[in-house]
Design a protein around this ligand. Structure first.
Ligand code: PMT
Length: 420
């Protein structure tokens, strides 16, 4: 999902201790193959030298509106901002916010902000400052004013301990999050005004107080689709069961930061109930059913640990009787036409992928199905998928990361929706 490759990013750094994090951001942008042009305020150069950014960005760093020998361009304050895809100020100090909220243009960075065309070049501000400075009414008024301006996005500061020793809101958001926000800003908004509901991960069907029936789905494919849908402008609701990602704080924190709605469930029935709540009224919706849902659950669940050979109770480990779970995807696909979303199903097979995938497409009565082999799809970061649609088109995609494949799946679904 590299929306950053070959994009031109103008990265401005103003004077705060978190300027060091901008070095990491610059490095991450370069790693993602973006072109980075750095500009620094005079105060920022007190914290990190222009040479550091020059070495990492591969471009001379500009610091002065007048006579900047680094660029050999007397009109750099105009030209730089004409020729970029996104203007990022990270960290943006209270002073910087005050200046740009009031249209000052007395240094290179504020002049660049004023000279930019908001239609062509979005501005992403990542403020960082002492918590009292952040909470000050004037700063709050400035940020509120900037937040309503055309083409301006804010990466709001995080809470925590600060360099000054105080604790509060004002820390620069972690560079990895700013990077994701930049990528999201640059992604084409093909799913704008579209609700996208996704299921992911494994369900867990209880047997007794300690045991249950589950599977090895890591949740990665479903989470990748949820993130991709958000990047493409969708209004996302992710309903998920067990996932390995729970152990990696980054993904959950990123989803919270990007404001992706996430509902955790345990059983297939709970997943069914959460999913069905989304499809009452008539509006543009997509449902992507990625979860590995248990087809059956124990008919009786006990609240104690069953003994190995205890026939005192009607259920024992030797003979667990099962009942069928609701088929969530088939139920959504069977909704009346005015409530039914565009349904995308998955089929995870260990053999005969073509045959079983086509059967599932027809049986569940859905327009699009993503087929993958267990050995390719379960657990890892990558997958190998084949798309089967209701018009008998089959599209095999080259093996790729789940993030990239998620974009391709959603693009295919959107394309079908537009041409139906
Ligand atoms: O989570 P990962 O480790 O990243 O792995 C991804 C994946 C392999 C789980 C994923 O790519 C995938 O294939 N998901 C579907 C797994 C599955 O259970 O497929 P199925 O063939 O059993 O079910 C067919 C479709 O019906 C699926 O869309 C499933 O979500 C849906 N279903 C199944 C049973 C049920 N009771 N309700 C359902 O909605």
């Amino acid at each position: 999902m590299n929306f950053l490759a070959n994009k031109k990013i103008l990265l401005a750094i103003t004077g705060g201790i978190s300027a060091y994090k901008a070095v990491i951001l610059c490095r991450l942008l370069k790693k993602a193959n973006a072109h980075v042009q750095v500009v620094m305020s005079k105060a920022a150069t007190e914290f990190v030298t222009p040479l550091t950014f020059q070495a990492i960005s591969g471009n001379p760093v500009l610091t002065n509106i007048f006579d900047d020998s680094a660029s050999n361009d007397a009109m750099a304050h105009i030209h730089l901002v004409r020729d970029c895809d996104l203007f990022v100020i990270a960290p943006a100090t209270a002073d910087c916010l005050a200046k740009i909220a009031h249209g000052f243009a007395d240094d290179l960075i504020s002049a660049l902000v004023l000279a930019r065309n908001p239609q062509k070049c979005p501005l992403l501000l990542a403020p960082a400052m002492n918590n009292q400075m952040w909470e000050n009414q004037i700063t709050q008024e400035n940020i509120a004013k900037l937040a309503t301006q055309n083409g301006v996005k804010i990466s709001y500061p995080a809470a925590g301990s600060q360099a000054c020793g105080e604790i509060g809101v004002g820390r620069l958001v972690e560079p990895e999050f700013i990077l994701e926000e930049i990528a999201m800003t640059l992604a084409p908004k093909i799913l704008a005004n579209q609700k996208v509901v996704i299921t992911a991960g494994s369900t867990f069907e209880r047997i007794d107080s300690v045991r249950g029936i589950t599977n090895l789905s890591s949740g990665k494919m479903g989470f990748a689709i949820a993130k991709a849908a958000k990047f493409l402008g969708g209004d996302v609701c992710l309903i998920h069961g067990g996932t390995q990602l729970e152990n990696q704080q980054f993904t959950f924190a990123l989803f919270d930061y990007l404001q992706i709605q996430r509902i955790k469930i345990q059983t297939a029935e709970q997943m069914y109930n959460e999913v069905m709540q989304n499809f009452h009224e008539n509006s543009q919706k997509i449902f992507v059913s990625v979860a590995a849902v248990a087809d059956y659950r124990p008919s009786k669940v006990v609240d104690f640990k069953l003994k190995k050979n205890n026939f005192k109770h009607s259920q024992n480990l030797n003979a667990i009787s099962l009942i069928e779970n609701p088929d969530i995807l088939a139920s959504v696909a069977a909704l009346p036409e005015n409530q039914r979303p565009f349904c995308v199903g998955f089929a995870a097979e260990s053999e005969n992928l073509h045959e079983y995938a086509k059967q599932k497409l027809t049986k569940k009565n859905i327009p699009l199905l993503v087929g993958n082999l267990i050995q390719d799809g379960f657990g890892g970061e990558n997958n190998k998928i084949i798309l089967f649609d209701k018009y008998n088109n089959i599209k095999e995609l080259p093996p790729d990361s789940k993030d990239n494949l998620a974009i391709e799946i959603l693009k295919y679904a959107k394309n079908m929706l537009e041409n139906k």
